[in-house]
Design a protein around this ligand. Structure first.
Ligand SMILES: *Cc1c(COP(=O)(O)O)cnc(C)c1O
Length: 226
């Protein structure tokens, strides 16, 4: 394998894929139950292309503006790409987000739910929606608080008619992640939700053990962000 950066990216991608398979088998789950989301935020198209060429189709980005600059062209070349918004959404970006993303993982407050419902009334596009839960109740972090999650999920369904498919969380960096993954799973089970987006480069094995259906892996594939 050469030293060129694109080969490094592909080597790391393949390494992550094999670790995902191993973690799934260890958890007595089928690797097919776990979708790897390659988090390409801050990386330009030249870093993303080799990953696409190696067959990866599911990607995560955390900024609407940045994604609008790089993804329309990449999606034109690879029409079966599934793009996930994993960063905070502002109400005034709902239109752009609905137009570009296939999954919005960060529905976390009434104003966003309202903005999405309004956008859905104007367009045919229907990205899948997940609710982000702030399982660690961290003041600086996005996400609905666990104690408010049940009421919010009910309002999404009854009041805004939003079909929520799953939940997403980002555990605090300085705590063992598994209790947070367990809490997310419990909330999902109460609402009959089957999709759990949890686990990043440092903790996707634990997340798979705890039932993650989607893991969001950035630096383990693309290298450390500058
Ligand atoms: C950046 C980011 C990731 C990926 O983090 P890594 O530690 O680089 O794997 C996952 N989820 C969210 C919400 C992110 O913002």
């Amino acid at each position: 394998m050469s030293d060129e950066p694109e080969h490094n990216v592909v080597a790391r991608l393949r390494q992550v894929r094999s670790e995902v398979e191993r973690a799934a088998r260890h958890a007595r789950r089928s690797p097919d139950e776990v979708t790897l989301i390659a988090v390409s935020k801050t990386y330009f198209a030249d870093a993303i292309l080799p990953v696409l060429q190696d067959g990866q189709r599911v990607f995560g980005e955390n900024r609407v503006q940045e994604s609008m600059q790089k993804w329309p062209e990449l999606k034109a070349q690879f029409p079966d790409v599934e793009l996930h918004l994993i960063g905070p959404l502002q109400s005034n970006k709902a239109k752009e987000a609905v137009a570009l993303f296939d999954v919005i993982e960060t529905v976390d407050r009434p104003s966003i739910a309202e903005a999405l419902a309004k956008e859905f009334s104007k367009t045919e596009r229907r990205p899948k929606l997940y609710v982000q839960v702030n399982t660690g109740e961290e003041p600086q972090k996005a996400g609905i608080l666990p104690l408010e999650a049940d009421a919010f999920l009910t309002r999404c369904k009854d009041e805004w008619k939003l079909p929520i498919e799953g939940l997403m969380c980002i555990p605090p960096v300085d705590e063992p992640p598994s209790p947070h993954f367990g809490l997310l799973r419990k909330i999902a089970e109460r609402h009959g939700l089957k999709t759990l987006s949890m686990g990043m480069s440092a903790d996707f094995e634990e997340a798979i053990q705890m039932g993650a259906t989607h893991i969001r892996v950035g630096s383990a594939i693309f290298g450390h962000r500058g």
